[in-house]
Structures are given as C-alpha cells and as structure tokens.
Design a binder for this molecule. Sequence first.
Ligand code: AKG
Ligand code: FE2
Length: 290
Amino acid sequence: MEKITRISNELKDWILQTLKSGVNPESIVAAMVKKGFDQDFAYLTMLRILNNQSLKTVDGNQSPYMYESIEIAKRGNIITTTDREVKVLLKMDKPCIIYLDNVLSIEECDQLIHLSTNRLQPSEIIDPITGEKKAVPGRTSKGAYYHLNETNLIATIERRIEEITSHPLNHGEGLQVLNYNIGEEYKAHFDYFPANQIDMDKGGQRIATFLIYLNDVGAGGETIFPKVGLSIVPKKGTAVYFHYGNSHGQVDRMSLHSSIPVITGEKWVATKWIRQTTICQNSQMNEVLT
Ligand SMILES: O=C(O)CCC(=O)C(=O)O
Ligand SMILES: [Fe+2]
C-alpha cells in the first residue's frame, strides 16, 4: 500500500499537543509509521515541528472557521431552568466561550466531590494516532467517569446541562470529574478529535465542552485559553461552556485551552463533552463511552 506523505492541520495540532504533554518524539514517529505514514516523511515532519519550522499541510489553505450562532447565546443574561436561574457572567464570540454562575448549588458540588473521591483513577488521553487511551505526564490530574444518568445527582446535573445548552442529553458523553492536586495540570489541548478518529456511529465529532467548577481554588488552577489570553478563575458552582464545532464539520483551533498548575489547595471540575449527534440509542444509554 502506498505510504502517506501529507498531514492535515489537525494532525499537526495533535502532534504538537502530544509532544507538549510529554510523549517522546520517537514514539509519535513510530505510531505514525504504524498507521501507514512514510518513515522519512514522519521523521522529517517531526523535525520541522520540533524546530518550529513551517510545515505544508494538505488543508494549508483551508477556509477559516465559520462561527455560527448557538442556542445558549440566544438565551439572554439569565437562563431559567426547571430548578434554577443561571446567570451569564462573561461572553466571548471568537472563540465562543460563555462563563455561567449558579449552575450547581454548593451542596451539589460537595456531593459530586464526595461521590468521586473513592473512584479517582490517573487521567488518560486518547492517543491521536493510535486511538488508544494512555496516561501522559502532561495530564497529571485524576479522574472519575460516570455513565449517563448513573445516579440521581448525575441525572439532575445532566438534565440541567441539557436545559442550559439545548444539546440533547444523548449527545453528551458520560460526565467526567477531575481532581488536581498542587502542581497538577492539564497542558494545552483541544477537546475535539483529529479527523481520523471521528466515529460517526458514536456521536461523531465533539463540538462543545461544559466544564463545571466544583470548588474554589486558593491560587492557580485557572482554565486558560492562550490564543485569546483569557483566564477563567474557578469558582464553586460556576461553569464555562465553549463551542468549537460547526455544522460544516469545521473545528475551531482558537479553542485551545489548558488547566494551569494548582498552587494552593486543590481543584475539582466536572466535564461534559458534547458530540455532533446521538452517541448511542436509549437502550444502550448506560454504555456511553467516556
Ligand atoms: O480543568 C480544566 O480547567 C480543564 C479541563 C479540560 O480541559 C477538559 O476536561 O477537557
Ligand atoms: Fe479540555
């Protein structure tokens, strides 16, 4: 079979972020070769990336991301759900970021932390090339994963997210709770998948993230959007929503973000990643991947 001798912008971004998260270049080259890339091409590509040299990508002249109006942004400054009033604190258009207050009550935050404490496992990332889950130094937090509707509390939170965002519950992956201790971080990354890993049978591309802050952090632990210089300071019960996938299948590279190291105390968040379409049918609701 003919070897691959071109890369997409998305793959380039993923190589960059995989390098940043501590995976060594040789392993990335080896994984590319295993996936069908030409060995010399993979090696030279890696060298150019490491030396910060320009790199021609197949979609080099790709049209810029087209921002579309999204439901949550049309809801005004106070979003009324069945059981609370969620207040919009900050809005950014490009990339699309909305910071919300009063998403969870103090008690709900405490209950979710309590529920997750004994369930934490070292966090993993999905290898952009092989698709395998693995632990990497760039993501030092620990995480707990839940199935959709797993407990009453989870179901209440998921219904609220659905009401706030207008994304149907079954477009969402299972909730993930993350815990960062002092010095722990999640280096710059995109939440969307590289093009070669979009599985249309499992909801397709990720298009948005709903990230809930479950505690106040003494110092550090902000969620940073480095391309726009924005720093979201965790506040218990608030949430940040960011949207990065449009109806044309484009993804917004401005949505790059990280969680910077915690300096004082610890940090707890709950993340819901939202897909383009239904992840699975109702009968399989409990088998949603995380
Ligand atoms: O903890 C944070 O602030 C960021 C978490 C995050 O980026 C994610 O879960 O995808
Ligand atoms: Fe993320």
